[in-house]
Write a protein that binds this ligand. Sequence first.
Ligand SMILES: Cc1ncc(C[n+]2csc(CCOP(=O)(O)OP(=O)(O)O)c2C)c(N)n1
Length: 334
Amino acid sequence: MKKAGAQISEAENETAERDRETLRQMLLIRRFEEKCVELYSAGKIHGFLHLYIGEEAVAVGIMPLLKAEDRIVATYREHGHALARGISPGAIMAEMFGKSNGCSKGRGGSMHLFDAEKRFYGGNAIVGGGMPLAVGLALADKMRRNPFVTVCFFGEGAAAEGEFHESMNLAALWKLPVLFVCENNLYAMGTALSRSHSQTDITRKADAYGMKSAAVDGMKVTEVREAAGQAIDFVRENSEPFLLEARTYRFRAHSMYDPELYRSKDEVEEWKDRCPIDSFKSELLNRNEISDIDVARMEKEIESEVKEAVDFAEAGEWEPLGDLLKDVYTPVEA
Ligand SMILES: Cc1ncc(C[n+]2csc(CCOP(=O)(O)OP(=O)(O)O)c2C)c(N)n1
């Protein structure tokens, strides 16, 4: 939205279009998860539920840069990644309800969203568990001469796991096209980074494997997009891994509830002042790329989209009990 009479170039139009879509995706993630909180309290969603609220700029800054053939491996905090990759909100919501119209047929729940068509290989409840899978996917692509990139998201807590070091080592040794994205939100459950890592600069861990790395402000979607764009180009052009650390923060508890004794309310408020959605929205308003009316319309559309997702989940069927052993490995006795 420019001032009347101003000439708008095609490039400006494209940028404004992309920016509005970026804002829409971040808002969709935020509103979708706020609805999840309600549904969890209402007993519709069971089990663990880890919210991405506060970290939206990371997934939304990166996902649109990927091609349809590229691959994604995420963690249990993956609703945002799944939505940004274009998995339908209805299929995600139904999965959380445990219904058979869910993206993992209701067998995975919040932590195990999966969509092979979108090349979204989970959701993984094990800290660091996605990293060797990402290395395996990239190895297969390299052996088949596929020009695809695998993006592997993980928290800084995973960088203390053996799997992190094994995966980084093999990816560097075999020159595999993996973009490792560490979403450093400073806490692994209740353990602060500085209490569990001797080297708190995650990017420096890449040095040990001769891997290139960079850090970016994970609260600023444009900066994430810029840094990730360069990193993805590097991985694709050189068939070599790269570690990108996005410095971010989760605004909510680790899972649905925790007493949050490990951080102060002031600290949380300070980070909330850097909300990636509010700051990006202000930028767009200041640049006249969007108006308050546009934002209100966007919010309304998102509200309907989330409502449709809930309706889709409500309308889904429970898997019949007789199917429970379907797709489960059961050795046949001789
Ligand atoms: C191998 C393993 N160890 C411990 C746990 C228990 N656990 C679940 S989440 C978590 C914290 C992980 O923190 P981080 O990797 O920083 O991700 P974040 O939750 O902050 O996104 C731990 C220790 C687990 N799921 N898997």
